[in-house]
Write a protein that binds this ligand. Structure first.
Ligand SMILES: [Zn+2]
Ligand SMILES: [Zn+2]
Length: 110
């Protein structure tokens, strides 16, 4: 997410609401959506089949089928985007990007 604070654009993770500090690894999706590495790790561990069709915040596709797993934080932190959901495809993409980034000391679980 992006917000304006005292004339400065502040970027924060849609899923946990943490502000970007220029250090924390984060990945941008469509329309200013952002997910941080900590949320990607949690999403990999906790993604599940959704009860109904859904929209993904990162790729902005909607009516995604229930066979495509999703993740949303539960409970959702107060500072997070109240409708943030990441689909399995975006989660794969984000985890690949973190995995390949030499500045990020993390490997995608096999
Ligand atoms: Zn996060
Ligand atoms: Zn997606």
């Amino acid at each position: 997410m992006q917000r304006n604070e005292n004339g400065q654009v502040v970027i924060s993770c849609d899923f946990c609401g943490t502000d970007w500090d220029q250090v924390r690894p984060m990945i941008e999706g469509h329309r200013g959506s952002v997910i941080c590495l900590d949320c990607v790790k949690q999403a990999i561990a906790d993604e599940s089949a959704p009860p109904s069709q859904y929209s993904c915040t990162m790729c902005i596709r909607d009516q995604l089928p229930t066979k495509l797993k999703q993740w949303e934080p539960s409970p959702r932190p107060p500072a997070a985007n109240p409708t943030a959901i990441i689909c399995h495809d975006c989660l794969q993409q984000a985890s690949q990007a973190f995995h390949r980034d030499n500045d990020v000391p993390w490997s995608k679980p096999q």
